[in-house]
Design a protein. Structure first.
Length: 198
C-alpha cells in the first residue's frame, strides 16, 4: 500500500493536535493510502511534547521530533522532511487552516502525472485587513526581485512525490524559505484553489 507522510510543525499546540489527527483521518478515509504523521515540536512551552509522546506510544503511525528551543517553522519543516521515507509527502499547519479535505483532490491530481500539487488560497476572509495588505505587498515585491516566481496565495501546504522532496533536501540553504524552494526545484506543479477557513 502506498504511504503518505504528513509533516506538521507545532508550537504550543496541545489543544489542536488530536483534533488535527482526527480531522485528517476523517477527511481522507476514502483514500487507499497509509498515513504517517511527523509532528515537529518547535520548542513548545505548554504540554505539546508530553501529548506527542503519549499519542506516539498509542499509535504506530504517529512520530515526533522535538527541538530543545524554538528554531522557527522553516527549521521544523526541514527536520520533518528529513525524517520521512514515504513515497508521498505533504506539509500542513496543525490549526486546520490547511483544509485536510483538499488532500483527496491533491492525491488524484498527482496521479494525473504532476510531481507536486499545492494549495492556493483565493480569499483572505476572516483575516485582518493589515495582514492581507502586507501579504499582497510581499508577493508583489518578491515576484519583482526574484527570478523564481511565487504563486500569490500559495501555502506551504502541498502534496509532493519523493523525488521533489529529495531535490529540496539536496539544497544546502542555511536561510530557507520553503515557498521559494518549492518553486525553485522545478518539476510539474499545479495548484488547487480554496476559500480561507474562518
Amino acid at each position: 500500500m502506498e504511504e503518505l507522510a504528513i509533516v506538521v510543525p507545532v508550537y504550543n499546540e496541545q489543544e489542536t493536535i488530536e483534533l488535527f489527527v482526527r480531522e485528517v483521518n476523517k477527511k481522507t478515509e476514502n483514500l487507499e493510502i497509509k498515513k504517517n504523521f511527523y509532528f515537529v515540536n518547535d520548542g513548545s512551552s505548554d504540554q505539546t511534547l508530553p501529548l506527542l509522546k503519549k499519542i506516539a506510544r498509542q499509535n504506530d503511525n504517529i512520530n515526533y521530533i522535538s527541538f530543545s528551543r524554538n528554531f522557527g517553522k522553516e527549521a521544523a519543516l526541514l527536520a520533518g522532511l528529513q525524517a520521512t521515507k514515504e513515497s508521498l509527502i505533504t506539509v500542513m499547519d496543525v490549526d486546520l487552516q490547511d483544509p485536510p479535505e483538499l488532500l483527496v483532490p491533491m492525491y488524484h491530481k498527482l496521479k494525473e502525472g504532476y510531481d507536486a500539487v499545492g494549495a492556493r488560497r483565493i480569499s483572505r476572509k476572516g483575516e485582518a485587513l493589515i495582514v492581507s495588505l502586507f501579504s499582497n505587498l510581499f508577493y508583489k515585491i518578491i515576484n519583482k526581485v526574484s527570478t523564481t516566481p511565487i504563486v500569490e496565495g500559495a501555502r506551504d501546504f502541498r502534496l509532493m512525490t519523493r523525488q521533489v522532496v529529495d531535490s529540496i533536501l539536496e539544497l544546502r540553504e542555511s536561510n530557507r524559505f520553503s515557498k521559494g524552494l518549492f518553486s525553485w526545484v522545478g518539476y510539474e506543479v499545479t495548484y488547487l484553489e480554496y476559500e480561507n477557513h474562518e
